[in-house]
Design a protein around this ligand. Structure first.
Ligand code: NDP
Length: 602
């Protein structure tokens, strides 16, 4: 199904910014809760079954006690691309480790019906040319992406020495042997010369701490652990098990928007519990044109990725190869993702222009709701009243249409701060009870609660000092990749590095950077990769000096995980001039002798 909707033309003169700001503030305040991020409970402890792996049986194995050259923590795209680059550089001894039962990271865990990547697949899926693939769809379904992760692992022989269903519980540096002692929840006590971490940010499912949630006697699961045994079907086929079921879905974020069309189509009755509506723009999904695929010349993916990154990072380009909802809203993304800004304007002028463009975009998005949804009251509830990047923008040509179906009911919970309580057989909002057979939580993930950088995994560097102690809540890295006191430990992620909506591109650059450092260390016979304190301090100064605060923007946003549920803490996390400038800076740095991390050993 596609929509014939055409956005109305809105000019800046039509927009009353003061009135809009007041409306946004009113809607924000309606949703603001005093318990902030504490309103959620992690899917651990008594809720641990929400996080169990439903896809791969866990098999027993003997504890590992050997030594490898590189231990890679994380089998998602960051880990895979880095391992691929290391293989290309001639490193053979690589062990991939992941809590999941196979490769894929996000795409391993998230297999819900309707799952797609909302970034164009030709730019998002890494190493397409290396693997010899062209995606079948403009926006690839999750299973195609997961299979691509497996194809990368096969191509680079990364299954050879994996440890799946394994969680690292401690990393401890051994100064004598100059390697890391790695302990895991499988009783492993192995060693690695280098440890590289790519453990993601949105990985641990979270649940709303709704009173009575644990008393529900029907069926329940989180979207990132989809129970096809209960629902029947597959990610793209009929969920036949729901034909006689009353289903509740809690949450209307990027995940909710993708699953609801499938649940609405197949469930006997679907109740959608919404607290804040998403912005839902046109998707324009289409299969890949075989003639176009056949015409691609070597280097096509790099060119397309670069073009996309340049546009969404605010750089000027001659041509837009992608032409989608991300490239057309590049300037709006600046509030959340670093990048180039129009330096000919003062900050105040820039703020005003940005706010007007934002208001025009959001007016279009709200008008689309009216154009698609038949019932005016339902349409009103589905309109997002906040600025474009306050929440992850979504794209769908199926979602809003669902609310015209007789078996789909939208239940707005905004006035109650969410669902009031759950009973043995129902969800209660205010005084109204909705009896259901199944509750599906599309309630998202803990932010940054995994791996080394979160502090959840104890890392003991030189002299037993932990990363947490060394950083004292104020991370210190060189380029986000390595830290003084923690030799041969390298990280992927946005921290003090770059960020962009196509994060797979950022990971690809980080992979190349790490591979270049390890290659140079190998060539020079250097044993320790560790930034000097001076280099680290210089990088922090650079980040601070170039930092652009988005505190005021986040403060005014509707609550969500982008602004810590309405209570943002302002700290520059990544390099504000943006990924294009950052990648150039890294290239320039790589053309030096790398003494900043290889020290006097070289
Ligand atoms: P989100 O955190 O974005 O959404 C959680 C949803 O649960 C929100 O709608 C939230 O409402 C709702 N909710 C939470 N508590 C309650 C409650 N007590 N009562 C009612 N509703 C409640 O999680 P998602 O899984 O949707 O998305 C997480 C991220 O995953 C995205 O932002 C994106 O980065 C990524 N993603 C990417 C995709 C892609 O294609 N690239 C696809 C899907 C996800 P409220 O907004 O009011 O807090």
């Amino acid at each position: 199904m596609t929509t014939s909707y055409t956005a109305p033309s809105t000019t800046a003169d039509d927009i009353d910014l003061d009135a809009l700001r007041a409306k946004y503030a009113h809607e924000r305040n309606r949703r603001l809760r005093t318990d902030g991020t504490d309103q959620y409970v992690p899917a651990t402890g008594e809720f641990g079954y929400y996080a169990k792996d439903p896809y791969t049986p866990r098999s027993e194995r003997e504890p590992l006690t050997d030594t490898v050259e590189v231990l890679m923590i994380g089998g998602g795209f960051g880990g895979l691309v880095t391992a691929a680059k290391l293989r290309e550089a001639g490193i053979e001894s690589i062990r991939m480790m992941d809590e999941a039962g196979d490769f894929g990271g996000t795409w391993y865990w998230n297999r819900y019906p309707g799952i797609h990547c909302d970034i164009e697949s030709y730019s998002y899926m890494p190493l397409l040319e290396e693997v010899g693939a062209v995606p079948n769809w403009r926006y690839a379904p999750g299973e195609e992406i997961r299979q691509h992760a497996i194809a990368i692992a096969q191509k680079y022989d990364l299954y050879r020495d994996t440890a799946f269903h394994t969680r690292v519980t401690e990393l401890r540096w051994d100064d004598t042997d100059e390697n890391w002692i790695v302990s895991t929840d499988r009783g492993d006590r192995m060693r690695a010369r280098y440890v590289i971490t790519s453990s993601g940010t949105l990985t641990q499912p979270k649940l709303p701490g709704i009173p009575g949630i644990d008393t529900f006697a029907g069926h329940t699961f989180h979207t990132s652990r989809w129970d096809y045994g209960y629902t029947g079907g597959t990610a793209d086929r009929d969920l036949t098990g729901l034909a006689d079921k009353r289903v509740a879905v809690v949450g209307t974020g990027a995940t909710g928007v993708q699953i609801i069309p499938h649940l609405g189509r197949d469930a006997q009755q679907l109740f959608v519990f919404q607290r804040t509506p998403s912005s839902v723009d046109v998707r324009d999904q289409r299969p890949t044109d075989p003639d176009w695929a056949a015409s691609l010349q070597p280097g096509w993916q790099r060119e397309r990725m670069n073009n996309f990154l340049e546009i969404v990072s605010g750089e000027r380009v001659e041509v837009d190869l992608t032409q989608d909802g991300w490239t057309s809203t590049a300037s709006l993304q600046r509030q959340m993702v670093p990048g180039a800004v129009d330096e000919t304007l003062t900050p105040a002028e820039r703020d005003r222009v940005d706010e007007l463009v934002d208001a025009q975009k959001m007016t279009e998005i709200r008008a689309r709701v009216d154009a698609v949804v038949d019932d005016p009251e339902t349409a009103e509830l589905l309109k997002p009243w906040y600025r474009y990047m306050c929440k992850r923008p979504t794209f769908s040509d199926l979602y809003l249409q669902m609310f015209n179906r007789p078996n789909v009911t939208l239940v707005d919970t905004a006035d109650h701060g969410g669902i009031t309580r759950v009973t043995e057989n129902a969800i209660v909002v205010g005084d109204i009870e909705y009896e259901v057979d199944c509750i599906i939580f599309a309630t998202g993930f803990e932010v940054g609660k995994s791996g080394v950088l979160s502090g959840d995994l104890p890392v003991h560097g030189r002299n037993g000092v932990t990363l947490k102690e060394a950083w004292d809540d104020s991370p210190r890295t060189l380029h986000g990749v390595a830290s003084n006191g923690f030799p041969n430990l390298l990280h992927l992620g946005a921290l003090q590095n770059a960020s962009a909506v196509n994060f797979a591109h950022i990971l690809t650059e980080q992979a190349a950077h790490i591979a270049a450092i390890l290659t140079r260390a190998g060539a020079l016979g250097v044993h320790l990769v560790e930034p000097t304190r001076e280099a680290e301090a210089d990088w922090l100064d650079t980040i601070a000096a170039t930092s652009r605060s988005n505190g005021a923007f986040l403060e005014a946003c509707t609550p969500g995980y982008y602004n810590k549920e309405g209570m943002p803490t302002v700290r520059a996390q990544s390099y504000s001039p943006g990924p294009i400038a950052f990648h150039k800076l890294l290239r320039d740095w790589r053309s030096t002798d790398m003494a900043d991390v290889l020290g006097t050993q070289s």
